[in-house]
Write a protein that binds this ligand. Structure first.
Ligand code: ADP
Length: 639
């Protein structure tokens, strides 16, 4: 297949370029072999195999325990490695004690030599265990984060449209980026480090008790109770703080994404300073939330640290007196004090890790809320595949409100025979687009049913339904990529001439002739580099190529120049040929193309019939035509 398919270009496209001789252009001869080396080692990323279901997914509440459970084996391996690493690392002070008492003080060189050798061996083994463990847990952590990203993204894909209306895109972006990143740190190092430090603490406590139970008891009594109280306090206040931080980051990103999307309006209305003030207020709140957590950390961290220093002073005092009385040897006291230093190092690390854990917990809470959301338009587990449809659409007694207290459609009955084109007209806000959204099952009716060929939309799988519908939305959305990518969006496997034919059929040829690279011209994000009319043509070409059985077209309301309008009208003609279609018409010229017309007013169908019948009826439609004729000095000549 020709051309750069921007949507699917993975890192392997780099290798394709290499084969085409591209990377060597203007590269000095002597560097080429090095480039070849790099390219050889580039990982290949095959097209991922996606397992996505609208109805079956892991519905257990999201939490660290359920999330980590499938990786229990890996975690046990990591735990054993940690055990070996910590045990080996901390025989040092013990060997020092033996070295001093039985080597130096007893004047035995061979013991000293043996001890030094053992020390070296222990350090070597511990380093090896540490290397292996870091590699292993690093991979495991990355794997977990990857799974989480896929899970959150699939959950977004599964949600119904109301979810995206209610949730700000910036907030969703925060869940996918900042929240997951807060967990990344925890999963990559945090959890295992928690083990490492916890085990270190247990091992050292063991050593301390082994060295001198009395001194060990003194230490534990000085450290444990105060630390428990401090930790319980920190647990409570920091979770509140970190949850607030997560919310404030979401606000920052939501505001950022909104002002980026609306930058044209902001500029046009000269509201840049106002936007800056608004954003500043939001980052002020973010700063406040961070300062609060900073204050709690400032109490917790140094608080536990000073307890450690105090304990060392106590041990020096108590241990020193015991040494003077000959109850402990000098070697034992030295080893004890050395151990004590390494006792407080993990305590400090645990304190920092606990802080990290609390940040992660706040992210878990947010992700749990998100992952618990059920789509409002669910697919039932016993939903059937919708067989190839003929296109008989029926709305029976449909009542619907986006908010159940405010009905937008009331008791709507509508029927459409296969191959028929029905136009829906009416004042703005009457509920026309809402009818289109119910037929495409973006929403389910509150009462009544929508059926296609007698199948209630709620009983069929979402993919089999949408696969047979073509939707041209009011505001066509174009993706970053080439014109070709955008036209072939619904059928990326379409052959070159099919894409060309679709472009020609809707009259995109003119645009492509004007564009520097024809179909391979890059379109900016959201199609901002194209005019409104051109965007609509691309959307029509997309629908033409998809060849749906039923077409739902929500006409763009943006006014176009007369030339673009006539191009689009011709495009519509070729698109509608022999097609079952619902046109949400905002212009009467479009409505008149339909076989039948339904007039919607205030959520009800008030008139229904052909153009001629409705004009003869002399009702609302006839009034609209009348007004239009008086205002418009151009009438399409094809009717
Ligand atoms: P139109 O006839 O202009 O196509 P719509 O069907 O788009 O009208 O809208 C009908 C009513 O529903 C309007 O009052 C509109 O404000 C409201 N509405 C449309 N979309 C939503 C939504 N996503 N959430 C809440 N209300 C909506």
């Amino acid at each position: 297949m020709g051309g750069g398919h921007g949507f699917f270009a993975g890192p392997s496209s780099f290798q394709a370029n290499a084969q085409a001789g591209l990377p060597y252009a203007e590269v000095p001869e002597e560097l080429r072999s090095r480039i070849a080396d790099v390219l050889r080692n580039e990982p290949e990323h095959p097209q991922p195999v996606v397992q996505f279901s609208h109805c079956d997914w892991d519905r257990r509440p999201f939490g660290l325990r359920t999330f980590l459970a499938p990786h229990a084996g890996g975690l046990i391996v990591a735990f054993l490695l940690v055990l070996a690493e910590v045990g080996l690392l901390h025989v040092g002070p013990l060997l020092t004690q033996i070295g001093i008492d039985r080597g130096v003080l007893a004047g035995d060189r061979s013991v000293l030599f043996a001890v030094a050798l053992a020390y070296l061996g222990a350090v070597g083994l511990s380093t090896a265990a540490s290397w292996f463990r870091t590699r292993f847990t690093g991979r495991l952590g990355e794997r977990l984060v990857y799974e989480l990203r896929v899970r959150v993204f699939s959950h977004f894909q599964r949600q119904s449209l109301d979810f995206f209306t209610v949730e700000k895109s910036g907030v969703l972006m925060t869940r996918m980026t900042s929240d997951i990143e807060a967990l990344t740190v925890l999963m990559q190092e945090g959890l295992v480090n928690f083990f490492v430090q916890g085990m270190t603490l247990v091992v050292i406590t063991g050593y301390l008790v082994f060295l001198d139970p009395t001194l060990a008891l003194v230490c534990l009594l000085a450290v444990v109770p105060i630390n428990i109280v401090l930790t319980m306090w920190f647990r409570r206040v920091s979770l509140i703080g970190y949850l607030r931080v997560r919310d404030r980051i979401a606000d920052v990103l939501a505001n950022l994404s909104e002002s980026l999307a609306g930058i044209r309006v902001i500029t046009a209305f000269n509201r840049r300073d106002h936007e800056m003030a608004r954003h500043q207020r939001i980052i002020d709140a973010h700063l406040d939330a961070n300062l609060y957590t900073g204050r709690t950390q400032a109490l917790f961290g140094p608080g536990t640290e000073s307890i450690g220093i105090l304990t060392q002073a106590i041990v020096l005092l108590v241990g020193g007196r015991m040494a003077l009385r000959g109850e402990v040897s000098l070697g034992e006291l030295t080893a004890f004090l050395l151990f004590l230093t390494s006792f407080f190092a993990p305590v400090q690390t645990l304190v920092q890790l606990y802080n990290q854990y609390q940040q992660g917990s706040a992210a878990v809470v947010k992700l749990r809320e998100l992952l618990a959301r059920e789509p409002s338009v669910p697919e039932h587990s016993d939903a059937i595949e919708l067989p190839p449809i003929r296109g008989a659409i029926c709305l029976e007694g449909v009542t619907f409100g986006y908010d159940p207290d405010h009905l937008v459609l009331r008791d709507v009955d509508l029927e459409l025979a296969p191959g028929e084109v029905l136009a829906v007209v009416g004042p703005t806000g009457a509920g026309k687009s809402t009818i289109a959204k119910l037929i495409t099952r973006f929403y389910d009716p509150t009462f009544g049913n929508v059926t296609i060929d007698g199948h209630d939309l709620r009983d069929v799988t979402i993919d089999s339904l949408r696969g047979q519908l073509g939707v041209v939305p009011q505001e066509p959305f174009l993706f970053n990529g080439t014109i070709r990518d955008n036209v072939a969006f619904a059928r990326p496997d379409a052959a070159e001439d099919e894409v060309l034919e679709a472009c020609r059929a809707v009259g995109l040829q003119g645009l492509m002739d004007r564009m520097p690279d024809g179909m391979d011209t890059q379109i900016h994000e959201r199609g901002t580099s194209l005019s409104a009319g051109e965007r609509q043509l691309v959307a029509l070409a997309r629908a033409f190529l998809a060849r749906p059985r039923v077409l739902v077209l929500d006409e763009a309301t943006s006014s176009l120049d007369l030339l673009s309008e006539s191009v689009i009208e011709q495009a519509l003609d070729s698109l509608l040929e022999g097609q079952t279609a619902i046109l949400i018409a905002h212009r009467l010229a479009t409505a008149m193309r339909a076989d039948r017309i339904a007039v919607v007013d205030d959520g009800r169908i008030v008139e229904h019939g052909t153009h001629d019948e409705l004009v003869a009826l002399g009702g609302q439609y006839a009034d609209m035509v009348d007004t239009w004729l008086r205002h418009a000095d151009h009438l399409p000549t094809d009717r």
